[in-house]
Write a protein that binds this ligand. Structure first.
Ligand SMILES: [Ca+2]
Ligand SMILES: [Ca+2]
Ligand SMILES: [Ca+2]
Ligand SMILES: [Ca+2]
Length: 433
């Protein structure tokens, strides 16, 4: 018969095993140079993400090194998200730093351009219909740190070239959707979803006849700290076209999206219920938000919106982006000289300390640049709603204005870094003479 301490120990062990199921890690690196390529470490990594997805069991993290990965050779090929599997991009990989992660420097691209010819005289007629698919998945299906590009949903369904979600609630974080196209929702289609989440994502240069970046057909979704810039529709909804949809958008920036028929940023068709908090909608053409159906409900608060909107704490003055997006010297979006801008805020922007910190969703601690989400700018009088003592007030838009806006090397604060700064520093360093 077992003694009482042993029984307790076994019970604790069982509890631990249930609550902290071990994560299996698989590695993907197109440049891995050792055989066999079984995914066991960076230099024995799978050469394709497709192989890793096929091998992934429950509770797996797939780490992917920088490079370009295509879902297959057929237009129907797609990267399918999997419940309890996290796919993590932006790693340095074999012979180059292993797990070390920097999403911008180690750009990890999921490309639907199957022939690799979109930029070299070819077109997207052979591209994947949906680069990534998340239908029916729950929030434990995670895609983190990728650029999704080259999807072309011109088949049936002609929705969501970059990511197609028909029902489900996958978690999409730190992803850039760039230059995808479709009939509806060039980058993403969400339908009948139960709050799929998009956090710290960028939607740039996507296009479609309707809903340049996103087609929100039905269900619900949550967008936090996201940027929509330089997307265009031939008709309405330059960034988002919503049909019968419940959407929550917190700290999102919409800039220079185009939908000639109305709703340069967002176009609402029927029984929508959308909430915008701490957002910026600026420079979208011909207008920012347009409601088509009378049953659309749009709550807009603590938001910088160029045309104005009824709500609490909204402003209509320029957010003073560091650099406005623009189509380049050819005047057309969709060509190589397009510039998606720098949508951080200049010092003195009226969007600084003008949001409502209580509107930030649970678990959100960083902004789109992965800096602290809520800071007080001591140079800006708070016009929003802060939390804490002393109160910290979030900015409008996807980026929080940093506290240290001047160069730290500028010791004497005169706006440049020169020998005088060194002299000040040296005097402090050696102490009083
Ligand atoms: Ca192509
Ligand atoms: Ca251009
Ligand atoms: Ca702030
Ligand atoms: Ca302040």
């Amino acid at each position: 018969m077992m003694t009482r301490p042993i029984l307790i120990g076994l019970a604790l062990c069982a509890a631990c095993c249930v609550s902290a199921q071990a994560q299996t890690v698989l590695y993907v690196d197109a440049n891995a140079d050792l055989t066999p390529h079984n995914g066991s470490d960076w230099c024995h990594a799978y050469l394709t993400l497709t192989d890793a997805l096929a091998a992934a069991g429950a509770n797996t993290t797939i780490r992917v090194a920088n490079g370009t990965y295509r879902p297959g050779t057929s237009r129907n090929s797609t990267f399918g998200l999997i419940d309890s599997v996290t796919i993590s991009g932006g790693h340095a990989g074999c012979n180059d730093g292993g797990d070390e992660r920097n999403i911008a420097r180690n750009e990890t691209i999921l490309s639907g351009d199957l022939a690799g010819d979109d930029q070299t005289g070819g077109d997207n007629s052979e591209n994947s219909y949906h680069v990534v698919t998340g239908s029916g998945r729950d929030a434990t299906a995670v895609l983190d740190g990728f650029t999704i590009t080259g999807g072309n949903a011109d088949g049936s369904p002609d929705h969501g070239g970059g990511l197609y979600i028909d029902g489900g609630s996958p978690t999409i974080v730190n992803c850039t959707f760039r230059r995808n196209s479709a009939g509806y929702g060039g980058a993403v289609m969400v339908s009948a979803g139960n709050d799929p989440t998009f956090t710290n994502c960028r939607f740039v240069g996507n296009s479609a006849p309707l809903g340049g970046a996103v087609y929100a057909d039905s269900g619900s979704a949550v967008f936090t700290n996201c940027v929509f810039a330089g997307n265009w529709a031939e008709g309405s909804g330059g960034a988002i076209l919503a049909a019968v949809f419940d959407g929550t958008l917190v700290n999102c920036t919409f800039a220079n999206n185009t939908g000639p028929s109305g709703g340069g940023a967002v176009h609402l068709l029927f029984g929508n219920n959308l909430t915008f908090a701490n957002c910026i909608l600026w420079g979208n053409t011909p207008n920012q938000i347009e409601e088509f159906g009378s049953s659309a409900v749009v709550a807009v608060d603590r938001t910088c919106i160029q045309d104005g909107w009824t709500g609490t704490g909204n402003i209509t003055t320029s957010p003073q982006f560091a650099r406005d997006p623009g189509p380049g010297s050819d005047g057309e979006w969709g060509t190589p000289d397009d510039d998606y801008g720098d949508l951080t805020l200049q010092g003195g922007s009226p969007a600084i300390d003008a949001g409502d910190s209580s509107a930030i969703l649970a678990g959100v601690y960083v902004d789109l640049a992965l800096n602290v989400r809520v800071l007080d700018d001591p140079n800006t009088t708070d016009t929003g709603v802060g939390i804490g003592v002393p109160p910290l007030t979030v900015d409008m838009g996807a980026y929080e204005h940093p506290i240290f806006s001047r160069n730290l090397g500028d010791v004497d604060g005169d706006g440049d870094v020169d020998l005088e700064d060194f002299a000040f520093f040296f005097e402090e360093f050696i102490g009083p003479r």
